[in-house]
Ligand binder design. Structure first.
Ligand code: UDP
Ligand code: MG
Length: 311
């Protein structure tokens, strides 16, 4: 038997993570300790404005298994993750958050499921959303229900980016170069054998989240418009139904006027119609606009990220 061990790549996007990055590195080393695999840890510095890069340099100087990609600016987690995925050389790849919300201690379990069940993807799935407000839980639940009703691929609930992918899944994912990167959807879209690993997602170890409700609602919109054209269908259908009604009602008014003469009082119904119809019109134009915005972003076809320096 060849003694060549398989290589695991651990991809960690980092944006202003100076408080946790060292602990993160230690925990990953602990997670990998004793496993019969070689590994590389790829830290992507996504344009951090704190000391993240300096700390990463130190980690890299002390431990060559830690690679560092320094992006030319902040591109967002999806692009940072993609940079790491593109650079990974491993037979399997694990995506982790730097803030320890995806516990590195689960790495052995991810690997075990990958090996035992011959899975292509092992995705972490949160059992409870501990530490989240009920509002967040309810809106998250509504989001999953909506998106799974209208998108062609089933997107598993309560999953994040935390997962293991084998080489085949990684290569598939690398072919999806779209700019609006709704990762949950992309991960699901590639298919293959995907197995869940249930875990408790811990609150952030230190630092603060980069999410707020505005960003979350944009994210939800992004997910829906990237994975479904059902909103367009609804707009068309609504337009059709309203026209049908308008047609009938128009005919009715013409007849009334012809046979019974003019009937002037009608201010209320006129107002209701005008506001209702202009509301519907603005809404549909908005839906159209969302999709045009997506098309705009995609047709520019820019690279997803630039790497300023690689260590
Ligand atoms: N992140 C990144 N670029 C960004 C925002 C976040 O690389 O523009 C990284 C961040 O450092 C962390 C992970 O993505 O490792 C998840 O970010 P965060 O903890 O803010 O998100 P949450 O866990 O609240 O979903
Ligand atoms: Mg986090």
């Amino acid at each position: 038997m060849g003694s060549k061990r398989e290589l695991i790549s651990i991809v960690i996007p980092c944006y202003n993570e100076q408080e946790v990055i060292r602990t993160c590195h230690e925990k990953v080393l602990e997670g990998m300790a004793g496993l019969p695999f070689d590994f590389e840890i790829i830290y992507i510095n996504d344009g951090s404005r704190d000391k993240t890069l300096e700390i990463l340099r130190e980690i890299n100087a002390a431990d060559k298994r830690a690679r560092v990609l320094n992006l030319s600016r902040n591109f967002g987690k999806e692009a940072a993750m993609t940079a790491g995925i593109d650079a990974a050389r491993g037979d399997a790849l694990i995506v982790l958050d730097a803030d320890l919300q995806d516990p590195p201690s689960l790495i052995p379990e991810l690997i075990k499921i990958w090996k035992d069940q011959n899975a292509d993807v092992v995705y972490g799935q949160r059992v409870d959303r501990e530490g989240e407000t009920w509002f967040k839980k309810v809106t998250a639940s509504m989001f999953y229900r909506a998106i799974n009703n209208i998108s062609a691929v089933e997107i598993p609930r309560n999953t994040g980016d935390f997962r293991l992918m084998n080489r085949r899944a990684v290569e598939a994912l690398k072919e999806l170069r779209e700019h609006h990167r709704f990762m949950k959807g992309l991960f699901a879209w590639i298919g293959y054998k995907q197995v869940a690993l249930q875990y408790n997602r811990a609150p952030r170890a230190a630092g603060t989240t980069k999410w707020n409700y505005w960003k979350l609602s944009n994210f939800a919109m992004e997910g829906i418009t990237s994975f479904s054209i059902v909103p367009l269908r609804i707009a068309t259908l609504a337009g059709f139904l309203i026209s049908l009604f308008a047609f009938g009602y128009g005919g009715f008014i013409i007849l009334i006027t012809l046979f019974f003469g003019r009937d002037l009082p009608g201010y209320a119904s006129l107002m209701v119609m005008v506001t209702f119809l202009s509301g519907i019109q603005l809404l549909t134009i908005g839906i159209l606009g969302e999709y045009i915005g997506r098309i705009f972003g995609e047709t520019k076809n820019r690279p997803l990220y630039f790497i300023e320096e690689e260590l």
